[in-house]
Design a protein. Sequence first.
Lengths: 240, 240
Amino acid sequence: MLGMEVQVAVAKIGKYATSSSGDTVEVVERPQGGVSAVLADGQSSGKGAKIVSSLVVRKVIALLAEGVRDGAAARAASDSLFTERNGKVSSTLNILSVDYQTRTLVITRNNPAPAILARQGQIKWLSEVSIPIGLYRDTRPIISEVPLEAGLVAIAFSDGLVHAGERLGQSLDIVSCIQELLEEEAPSPQLIADTLLSHALRLDDYRPVDDISVVVLGIMKHAGDEVRRMVVRLPLEPNY
Amino acid sequence: MLGMEVQVAVAKIGKYATSSSGDTVEVVERPQGGVSAVLADGQSSGKGAKIVSSLVVRKVIALLAEGVRDGAAARAASDSLFTERNGKVSSTLNILSVDYQTRTLVITRNNPAPAILARQGQIKWLSEVSIPIGLYRDTRPIISEVPLEAGLVAIAFSDGLVHAGERLGQSLDIVSCIQELLEEEAPSPQLIADTLLSHALRLDDYRPVDDISVVVLGIMKHAGDEVRRMVVRLPLEPNY
């Protein structure tokens, strides 16, 4: 795997005319090597949803940092939310990880919305029935794990992407959109995330009816140095 | 501040021939709006240093997520490390924040290495005496806070940047390097971080004698959409 790198891209927008997105996404290094992106979408929208999703993501990150495996971290986050909110508040949870220990890419889903895994240009729609965390005791995630290889792409998103366009009677054909992107020469995770989100925004007439977050993780060819890089861009809120 | 955005860039490399960098950097959204970048450099290098710096950053992030202000979070992290390691292990700590509540940029330093604040093209070298956390009870950070305005740039780094080139009797003139960059039209934080790190790498003959991390936060003009974006790039380790 020499000459390869992990790229993670996040693109994210809040529901139109709300002050804060109810989605939370964080990307963290794993203690034994590798990286994890954690996405949670708290029930409802606005401030309350943000508190829940932030709580869930922080819990998962703290456990991953201690070396807890993704599936166990998701179950712990569920039990923790269930206990704290008496089973009355749910949150979706997705974890995309590159784990240097197991040399695998791991997709963890507690989310009715599907996730996507692309290998060698083939798109797999991960849609096995999966429920959000926090509503029941002992909620288990659906886990997909594949050996690391060049060209792997994993995609997770909040349901705002799935519901984009509904107000206008339209919907985003996510698979076709990704298929088209993958026909290009090794599209970057950044391009994939931006394209999906911009299609969704167009369908929502640039006034998203829900928070939309897209997270894309890919194993890419790498011709550069051994430097790790991160860039975050955050528009100052219009009402700032 | 309409039409402005916060950009945060991180560039980071481990000491040559060690498996993991002792530095930890994480970027998180603030619960009341805004963003914080947290950099810690654990004493010594390799695995032990990584455990310490990761612990410090996690502690700070957890507190920031609860709405604790930066200075208080730094003090709490210091007391916590002091208690956990009996005052025998130190770590540097820098926090760069854009706080929507106070409408300020906040630079928090527990680091003998200076930090930098550029306003309207003027570079301020923040070098007031500052000690790492963990060695004494009640260690206080040095805090610089300025109102948000277009063109503000804050830069923090681990001491690997300061010591780059020492083996070969050279050193990096950080201020001149930044001055030169600022003479360009609104250099992006990404360009600033990459340029500083690549200069340091060259002085170390591409075998860094210490972990080097550079974090740059800037308030930039923004002509795009309201989408928040993050990209992380992580080379797979050579010994992977």
